[in-house]
Ligand binder design. Sequence first.
Ligand SMILES: Nc1nc2c(ncn2[C@@H]2O[C@H](COP(=O)(O)OP(=O)(O)OP(=O)(O)O)[C@@H](O)[C@H]2O)c(=O)[nH]1
Length: 459
Amino acid sequence: MIELHSVGNIRPHRLFASLCAAMLILAAVLVLPHASQPAPRVPLLVPVFSSAQATLNAIIAYLVLLQFHMERNDPDALISIAFAYSSLLTLVLLVSLPGVLTSDDHFARLAPALGWLWVAKLAGHALLILLAMLLWRKWPARTAARGEIHCRVALVAFVPVLLVGCACALVNGLASNLPLLQDGQGSYASLARGWPGLFILACWACALLSVLLVTRLRRSFDCWLAFSCLAYLLYLTVNFSSALRFTAGWYLSRLFELTASATLLGALLFEVLRMQRQLKTLYQSAYQISIRDGLTGLYSRRYFDTALAHEQQLMAHTRRPLSLLMIDIDFFKRYNDTYGHPAGDDCLRQVAACLQDSARSSDIVARYGGEEFAVILPDTDANEARQAAERLRNAIMARGIPAASPAGRERLVVTVSIGLGCRRSDPQAAGETTLIDEADHALYDAKRQGRNRVACRIL
Ligand SMILES: Nc1nc2c(ncn2[C@@H]2O[C@H](COP(=O)(O)OP(=O)(O)OP(=O)(O)O)[C@@H](O)[C@H]2O)c(=O)[nH]1
């Protein structure tokens, strides 16, 4: 069975993702000693980064959901939830920024809760990926019923909203009892060096390890998901090492965060394009299979019927003649009985090849059925069609395929009888079946008159 699959050639992805990972680690190592160095303050970058991050993660969630819908790989549903959850919480954090939907005073009151919401966002994102990996083996890829998969897609779209609602309610409810993650100077050192920071780092380290160990990077998506986990891990490492906003480390860490999403999105889009190309190729080969006869490679009967109808429609406009040849191999039953069916098949292939080689490129040569062939000759009148038919008949004789001759007779070659039907320019003169019928009757005449000849019926 021809199948559309998303595995493709995985090696370039593994190589490229490893190279990107090495570059990211190198950048982190180079910047770590200078992470706390102050850099120019660009406050506008915070909402810009957050909007970009929320958008990228939302698109990733959507594309992974489509991947889940297509491949029915249940862990993909959880990964989609992870990115949708992160996107929604980023939006919540974005609208809480002073000047967006919140005044400075209000933001000051919200700040403790927002710090914890940020922890919930990053930890939840990593934990959902980890959960997907832990359930990987328990949820082998399988074919779910159509209704079932639609239910799950709806559920996947709903769960992130529920999770974000729970996280906001929980953080809001506990805010007064939770320790402050930022001091008055805006330093988040207590978050970075305390257990919440370590917890988030541990979550992303486990997510990365689980993706590597469980998926074994079999799909391109797995490679880039692992890269994304690594980028998040480096984002947090560099971010925590500066503990202040608008420092070299803080800027680079935000770039790492964007890289984590942008590369995964790029890989998903690449995959979509690759599958589109694959789909096109599969469609083309499936189409060729559907219009070709399996034994001879000529056009199939189905294609012939469509082509004849099309040519007749064309003729109605152009008022040009249209001819049809029905060709039958003489004494083919005797050939089969003498040499066997496999040899008979071979003879059919040879005759088909000979017809195809001798016909014009504009002619449509088809296997009509059994040992009968049909050739549509567009824009060809009866005289030209008769010449073409004689050419085909002679070409088959010249091929010299040994025929099954009756005992005591000289050795003969395979011949064909040809019936010719021709329709002149009046499209109302007769229906499509009549042209076939006439060619068929002419073929019968050719057989009756002694075979190996062309007989003609003109409408
Ligand atoms: N090997 C092979 N034989 C086929 C195929 N399709 C039809 N045939 C055979 O073609 C033969 C057609 O025989 P008939 O219709 O009696 O015609 P004929 O022996 O050619 O006699 P005339 O047409 O009167 O010259 C039958 O024996 C079919 O079994 C095929 O795909 N492969």
